[in-house]
Every structure is written in C-alpha cells, then in structure tokens.
Design a protein around this ligand. Structure first.
Ligand SMILES: CC(C)(COP(=O)(O)OP(=O)(O)OC[C@H]1O[C@@H](n2cnc3c(N)ncnc32)[C@H](O)[C@@H]1OP(=O)(O)O)[C@@H](O)C(=O)NCCC(=O)NCCS
Length: 164
C-alpha cells in the first residue's frame, strides 16, 4: 500500500471514476453512475468519495453516503492492475473508521449476486449477507444485501470492542 495515497476525490476525478464504474462495476448494465452523478456525490456534504492514487492514475475509489443511523456504500472498485494489494481494504477501512468516529455504526451495501470475488472480499472484512433482492439491477439481476456493525471486531464476529 506504500505505493498509494488515500485522498478525497476532486471534481476532475468524476469522469475517470465514472469510467471505472462503467467498466468494473456496471459491466453489462445500462450505466447509472455517470460523471454528473459522481460529481454530485463529490460535492455532497453527507458523502465521501475516496480515491487511492497510484503514481499515474486513480487505482481505486469508493463512494459512501452517511446517514444518522446507517451509512451506505454505493460503489467500490479497484482497477485490475492494482488488485490484491490491499487497496480496497484500505479504502473501506478508512470509511469504516470515519463512520465509527461519526457515530454511524452500521454500513450497508448491495452487490451483484454473481460477483463471487466481491462476496469473498466483503466476507473477509466481516460483512454479513442479509438477503437477496431479485431484479434489483434494472430488473435483470439480483442483488445481495450486506451489512456490518463497525463496532464489532472483524476477527471475532459477535465480540464488541470495549474500553480498557
Ligand atoms: C472486489 C474488489 C474491490 C477487491 O479489491 P482489491 O483491492 O483487489 O482487494 P484487496 O486486495 O483489498 O483484498 C482484501 C481481501 O479480499 C479478498 N479478496 C480480494 N480479491 C479476491 C479474489 N480475487 N479472490 C479471493 N479473495 C479475494 C482476500 O481475502 C483479500 O485479502 P488477501 O489479499 O490478503 O488474501 C476488486 O476485485 C474490484 O474492483 N472488483 C470489481 C468491482 C467490484 O466488484 N466492486 C465491488 C462491488 S461494488
């Protein structure tokens, strides 16, 4: 991870992030995350658009919207040449730490049911699958819903962090 800088997205990042979303998250669907929508999230005070920057380009990004009770992870992707180096884990851990600090303890998300790699990734980070939503993606693909309580340790699910 030393090769990457974790930084908030700038307005100019909206277009490259939209291209990554279309390519890596929304492949086969009508793209719903264009540059205008991403730009809205970059400006939204209740959202964080986070990037991991390599020497030449954006290696990965994540978009999270924070509510009072829950935060929702809208998008997360890492470009193929940068995968399995802990980039997504770092992005998500940064957002989870922010949620914990903000007192927003539950993070929810949906992902495409056939995305086995992402299901393995989220399971490795302590996310629990809570159900399936048929037709969630434009009526043609199911979603799996996941959630994680950021107060619960990843290593020992069911064990809450306690103060010393
Ligand atoms: C899912 C995705 C974000 C993971 O990004 P990444 O930076 O490669 O993930 P990390 O390196 O942080 O992996 C963390 C852990 O997740 C698991 N994992 C990640 N990719 C995996 C794979 N291809 N096979 C098995 N386990 C995997 C491993 O436990 C890994 O830890 P390890 O490398 O120490 O074994 C990336 O594959 C991706 O962008 N996929 C396309 C878009 C997508 O599916 N987004 C998520 C849904 S919105």
């Amino acid at each position: 991870m030393d090769d990457y800088r974790i930084e908030l997205a700038r307005r100019a990042d909206a277009a490259p992030i939209a291209r990554m979303s279309e390519r890596y998250v929304e492949a086969g669907l009508k793209p719903a995350w264009g540059a205008v929508r991403i730009g809205w999230y970059i400006r939204d005070p209740d959202s964080v658009v986070l990037t991991a920057r390599g020497p030449d380009d954006i290696a990965g990004f994540a978009i999270m919207r924070f509510g009072d009770e829950t935060a929702h992870l809208n998008l997360l992707a890492v470009a193929p040449g940068h995968r399995r180096r802990g980039v997504a884990r770092h992005l998500l851990t940064w957002l989870e730490d922010s949620a914990l600090t903000a007192g927003t303890f539950v993070i929810g998300l949906e992902l495409r049911a056939d995305n086995a790699v992402a299901r393995t990734f989220y399971a490795s980070l302590g996310y629990l699958e809570t159900g399936e939503v048929p037709g969630y993606y434009q009526g043609i693909e199911s979603a799996i819903r996941l959630r994680r309580d950021v107060r619960v340790s990843r290593e020992a699910p069911g064990t809450r962090h306690t103060s010393p």
